[in-house]
Design a protein around this ligand. Structure first.
Ligand code: SAH
Ligand code: SF4
Length: 365
């Protein structure tokens, strides 16, 4: 929450915390809603623009808080298709977000919704073998305001209201638990971005203890678990996290989550040729899905340059899907939008970093 300058960013506060600060400053608590209106409705760039606050209060707020932004460095993709946004943070780190037009079934049903896929960390420590975000290791957690700012910046750039949020960009959301939950509260709050909790999905690579912890939260958000392998043998090969929390440990956490929240979860399963796409894996996956009453979202693998994996043929994808369906599992096969611009998160940043370091692109936009 603390910025480079040592100040808390005002966009990382909940309205109740703002009220607390105002009490300390001997100001009426209704000022908190005035401030959140400026931040999330008018969307000012400086505290000084909050013109219905007394000047002396604005000065004291500026002493206490910063109000930062993230800088848009690059946009990829045509306006009415999937678009990728590369941002630079105040400390120079790069992150990316993706705006998806026709949302896949996982993202809430209707096909015309605007879904944003946002990042929660710079890099990722979990090192899944197929993922661009894991390739370069972990740099740092994003702060709550840096998570929220991705949505604000994309709404501003596109001139459109975002309707669904998926935490499927760079990073492992449940490894940045506090900041992600704080960001979700701001995104969900009527005084914040007012996006319904059921339109917000967290995706995790399977941090079993944090899944249990999430089950205690009263928020009605959705959870997606990146399974990508139905046995320890397959999962160990592509997801190092499985050596810490194996398939059974993960499923026990899922059991707990479902029993506790009464909410359905989704298994994400990337189909990678000759790795996890056998009939046997499909049957094991069906068994797991039935056990926790999960839906399954199959995602054909997106090539990442430098990595050896490929997607299975369309007939193999269809066969895998049909096995799940024959077993009575609700399953979808994601028709990838924006494959042409490398829709899998992490890739744009990787590519940009390579171009930056080779001197092919100026570092300032
Ligand atoms: N760390 C979290 C969320 C970010 S990854 C997680 O792993 O769930 C979001 C999704 O993108 C995951 O399901 C991940 O497995 C998937 N993904 C990563 N690289 C991919 C690729 N090359 N092709 C298709 N999906 C990919
Ligand atoms: Fe991290 Fe998720 Fe990529 Fe695995 S798939 S390396 S957990 S971002």
């Amino acid at each position: 929450m603390v910025t480079n300058a040592g100040k808390t960013d005002i966009k990382s506060l909940l309205v109740s915390e703002l009220q607390e600060h105002l009490r300390e400053l001997r100001e009426p608590s209704y000022r908190a809603r005035q401030i959140t209106d400026w931040l999330y409705k008018t969307r000012v760039n400086t505290i000084d623009e909050m013109t219905d606050l007394p000047r002396s209060l604005r000065t004291r707020l500026m002493d206490r808080f910063s109000l930062g932004n993230i800088d848009l460095v690059r946009v990829l993709g045509a306006r009415d298709t999937t678009r990728k946004f590369l941002f630079r943070l105040a400390d120079g780190n790069l992150i990316e977000s993706v705006l998806i037009r026709a949302s896949p079934a996982l993202y809430g049903g209707r096909s015309d919704r605007r879904t944003i896929c946002i990042s929660t960390q710079v890099g990722c420590a979990y090192g899944c073998k197929f993922c661009a975000s894991g390739l370069e290791g972990f740099t740092r957690n994003l702060r709550a305001n840096e998570i929220v700012d991705q949505i604000i910046a994309i709404e501003q750039e596109s001139g459109e209201k975002i309707e669904n949020v998926v935490f499927m960009g760079m990073g492992e959301p449940l490894a940045n638990f506090e900041n992600v939950l704080r960001a979700i509260r701001i995104i969900n709050a009527p005084w914040g971005l007012a996006i319904g909790a059921r339109r917000i999905t967290i995706s995790t690579s399977g941090l079993a203890p944090q899944i249990r912890r999430l089950a205690e939260e009263p928020l009605q958000i959705r959870l997606a678990v990146s399974l990508h392998g139905a046995t320890d043998e397959v999962r160990n090969r592509i997801m190092p996290v499985n050596r810490r929390y194996n398939v059974e440990t993960l499923l026990l956490a899922c059991d707990h989550y479902v029993a506790h929240t009464k909410r359905r979860l989704t298994f994400e399963y990337i189909l990678i040729a000759d790795v996890n796409d056998t009939n046997q894996q499909a049957r094991r996956l069906s068994r797991h899905a039935r056990r926790v009453a999960a839906k399954v979202n199959l995602i054909p693998y997106n090539n990442v340059s430098g990595l050896p994996w490929t997607r299975p043929s369309e007939s193999r994808q269809a066969k895998f899907l049909s096995i799940l369906r024959d077993e009575g599992i609700p399953a979808t096969l994601r028709r990838e939008k924006g494959r042409d611009i490398d829709a899998a998160c992490g890739q744009l940043r990787l590519q940009m970093k390579r171009e930056f370091s080779s001197g092919a692109l100026p570092v300032t936009p």
